[in-house]
Structures are given as C-alpha cells and as structure tokens.
Design a protein around this ligand. Structure first.
Ligand SMILES: [Zn+2]
Length: 510
C-alpha cells in the first residue's frame, strides 16, 4: 500500500469527504483502515518480536516482560540505509548540542588551577636500579659504593593479600656508573610502544617512569571497562576506600595505557581466530565522539576479538581474513553473504515470525504461527541426540520450504519479506541440519556484545580512535581470558609490565 503522508491526511478533511460520492468515500475509508492496521501493528512491536532494542520497550511494561534475549541487529540489509540516515541526524544533533562550548575540549582547560599532591608519598621500600654493562664497550660496570642515584620516582602498586588488597608505595632509584673505558652508563627506566593521536599535545608512551604500577593500572581498567565506572567515580572510590589520590587525568591515561599494551595480544588473537572451526560474528552501533561507528565482535569457543570501525566489508576482513576456512554464524547482514560456509541466526527469523503471528491480517497470523512452529521444531529436533532427531528434520524442512513458497506469493508485505528472506538464504538457514556442530542461533556473539551495549548507553561511546582501539583491545583480552578460564587482570598487569619494558607479551594460556 502507498504510504500516506501528513500532507495527504491534511487534505482529507470533512468538506473533502462530503464532496465525494458514496462509493469513493468507502474506498477512502478502506484505504485508511489499511493504513491504521499498519500503524497498530507497528505500535505493538517491541524487542521480543522485532528488531527494536530492549531500551525502546515501554518502561512500565518492561518488568512483566521477563527475560527476552533479543537485540537491535536483525535485518540489517534493509535497514542499513535508515541507520546511515540516522547517523547524519545524530551528527547534526551532536553539533548543535555542543554549539555553546564547541571550541572547548574535554578535560582540564588551559590556565585552570593544577592538581598536585601536597605531601611527599611515604615509600615502604626503595628499589635500586644499577646499570649492568657499559653501553660502549659492553664490559660490566660497578657502581661506586658512595654514589648517589641520579634520579628517582615513586610508584603506587596494588597487591592482592589473603584478606583483600592493599596499595603501597615504593621509591625507585636509578644509578649511573663510570666504566674503565671512561664512559658513564646510566640505568634507565624501561620504555615501550608510543601511541600517537593527531592533534594531541602529548603522546601516550608505555614506560616504567610513571607513578602507577601495572597491577594498579589493571585494577583501574577493571573498574572502568568491567564495572563501567566513570573516571570521576573511580577517583572518588580510590580516595574514599583506598586513601589513594589520583587525578582524573592520570586515571584516564592508565585505562588507555592498559588497552594500548594489549594491542600486540589482539594481533595474536586475530591470527588464532583464523584457525577456528566456528566463529560467531555480530556488530552493534557505537559512537566515537558523536560519530556513528560499529562495534564488531568475532567469537569462537576460545577466542574473542572486538573492533570499532565502519560497517563496511573491509572492517569485517580485519577480523575474518581470507585465511579463514571455518564456519561463520551470522545474522542477515549483506557483508556476510559472500561466505559460503555460513549459518544464519534462526533467532532473528523466529522474532519476525512472532511479529507475524500477532499481525491483524488473519492469513499472516496463521503463516506466522506456521513459520514459528517449523523453525522451533527444527531447533528442537536437532537438539535431540542421535539419528532420531535428524530423521525428524527432513519433513520439517519440507514443510518450512512449502510455507516459504506459499508465503512469498502472499500480499502481506512482511509475510512475503520473511518468506523470501528464508528462501534466498536457504542453505545458510538450514546449514546446521547437515552440520550438527553448528549452533542454530548467534546468541554467543550477541551475549558478548551485551556488556558493551550497556557501556555505550552509560558513556555514549569513546572519544578518540586511540580510545576506541584501547577499549576494543581490553574487551578482546577480557573476553578471551573468560573463555579460557584465566584471570584477565593478572594477565593485563603482566602485559603492561612487559609493554613498559618494550617486551612482547606472552600469549594467553589455553
Ligand atoms: Zn666501557
């Protein structure tokens, strides 16, 4: 049916209707009835029967709804364009809302009062660092007994104890020594990777010459990424509960440092991902300083890799390269369609069938129930052990195909769309019947994205490309450690300690 615009409706006033013949009025009334039906059906959509996100559900009825596991990502092929349009709107919105302070950058302003500590930290112990060998002649050098350190700094570090944890302070002293050859060699704090961001005054450098130790950095990353606490709240928390004073700027730097230190781990994980037999893929909208982006996840039984970027196929190729020969489990997004070994997520189609079964049109309702019965029956039969379950599948497949063929001839647009969707991607829809090791739904990937989706709602995404990369790297390491039953925070602390020395991280234990 043609779309009726506000303009059209405005012309349909009483005098216009009065001027019409009776038969024409009936035609108009029928047309309006059809239009109302479309609207009423749309009103009844929620996260359990359409692609709407749970956050759009009515908050008053949400409590009774139970635990629906739906997500905002189905039928991307048709809605991609809409989402692009939303992007431009979002940008416009961000610009206008920032117009008052558009020139003002985030964080402390130039000329504002600084933040520094008023008391000298009390160190529990002093750790001396001596030069080992002469940098010129490689001979071992000895520090003279009476010599004094040429530099020193305090480091706060976190330690897990039997009954909890504590933060303590150590003083690091660096010594210089003169070799027999006459050259003076200095012990230096370790240095590693430098992360550069266009337009930023100071690069982020991994170095030991810093006041926050690796385990404390890992703890800050846990509070931020895992517990979703803002920088300001972390500062408050540290001050109240651990009597440790760190500035918001320092906390922010530490969280990004943790992510940057994990970059090489992610490269390793991407390589490991190509070896996997089954990979679930999904993506969700993301914001980077108000710009519309996508957060991708590729997750298998033992590897999870997240990345933030565009929704183009190039982005997908960063996760799944041409070396990948396993199976992909995806939704209907077009970028995935070229992969032959692919299982299409049935949960999306089941949600659409649920929507149909609540349609006003009686035929659509019945067909919706039919689709629902066959799709669920297929999952149930495959879940049964042995040949018995498999044998049940072929009649179900035949009935499902018949329903699709009938549905694709129908007038009801959504019924026709769902029927054609299943028919056009038939092999991917039923791949799990021939390959019982494949999961029929993409729940693993959707669940992996859930945490980040909630973070996005709280923080409105990331602010820089470095922030996005660091966040995605931390998510990848945390989720992979979870899959392998490893402690992610211990591992991240170790990775930071290595990174600050310029040493490559060790792989995550299997
Ligand atoms: Zn020498």
């Amino acid at each position: 049916m043609d779309h009726i615009t506000k303009d059209d409706l405005a012309q349909l006033d009483r005098s216009y209707l009065q001027s019409l013949e009776k038969e024409t009025v009936i035609d108009v009334a029928c047309k309006l009835r059809d239009f109302s039906i479309t609207l009423v059906e749309r009103l009844e959509q929620n996260s359990s029967n359409s692609s709407k996100p749970p956050s759009s559900d009515d908050p008053y009825t949400k409590a009774d709804k139970g635990n629906s596991d739906s997500k905002d990502d189905d039928d991307k092929s048709s809605s991609a364009e809409d989402k692009e349009n939303k992007t431009t709107k979002k940008d416009a919105w961000t610009e206008s809302s920032q117009s008052d302070d558009s020139k003002r950058s985030a964080g402390r302003q130039p000329g504002s009062k600084g933040f520094w500590r008023s008391e000298t930290p009390v160190a529990e112990s002093t750790i001396p660092h001596y030069p080992g060998n002469c940098v010129i002649c490689s001979k071992q050098v000895d520090v003279a007994e009476a010599s004094r350190p040429y530099m020193g700094y305090y480091v706060y570090e976190l330690e897990k104890t039997e009954s909890g944890m504590r933060i303590f302070c150590t003083l690091h002293h660096y010594y210089a020594a003169v070799c027999d050859c006459g050259h003076e060699t200095k012990a230096q704090p370790g240095e590693g990777y430098i992360s550069h961001v266009e337009g930023r005054k100071k690069d982020l450098k991994l170095t030991e010459y810093t006041m926050v130790g690796p385990m404390l950095v890992s703890f800050l990353a846990a509070l931020s990424v895992r517990c979703r606490m803002s920088r300001v709240k972390i500062k408050e928390f540290l001050s109240y509960w651990l009597t440790t004073e760190l500035s918001v700027g320092t906390i922010d730097k530490c969280i990004r440092e943790a992510g940057v230190a994990c970059y090489p781990v992610v490269e390793q994980l991407v390589e490991e991902l190509q070896e996997e037999k089954i990979v679930n893929l999904d993506e969700t909208p993301w914001y980077e300083k108000g710009r519309f982006k996508w957060l991708w996840v590729a997750i298998s039984k033992r590897v999870a890799v997240f990345c933030i970027g565009t929704r183009k196929k190039e982005e997908l190729l960063k996760l799944i390269t041409s070396a990948f020969i396993g199976w992909l489990v995806t939704d209907g997004y077009l970028a995935y369609r070229s992969y032959e070994r692919r299982q299409r997520c049935l949960a999306h189609m089941i949600r659409k069938a649920i929507a149909l079964s609540g349609a006003v049109d009686e035929k659509a309702q019945k067909m919706g129930d039919w689709f629902l019965r066959e799709l669920r029956g297929l999952i149930k039969a495959m879940a049964e052990d042995g040949e018995g379950g498999k044998r049940k599948c072929s009649p179900i497949l035949a009935r499902l195909k018949r329903a699709c063929n009938l549905g694709s001839e129908e007038k009801h647009s959504k019924l026709r769309a769902l029927s054609k969707e299943i028919l056009n991607d038939w092999d991917a829809v039923v791949a799990f019947v021939k390959n019982p090791e494949l999961p029929p739904t993409n729940n693993d990937a959707e669940r992996a994205l859930r945490h980040a989706v909630i973070s996005r709602r709280i923080s409105f995404g990331t602010r820089t490309t470095e922030g996005s990369m660091a966040y995605a790297a931390l998510l990848s390491v945390i989720e992979t450690c979870r899959l392998r039953n490893q402690d992610p925070w211990q591992y991240i602390a170790q990775t930071i300690a290595f990174g600050r020395k310029g040493i490559a991280p060790s792989p995550i234990a299997a």
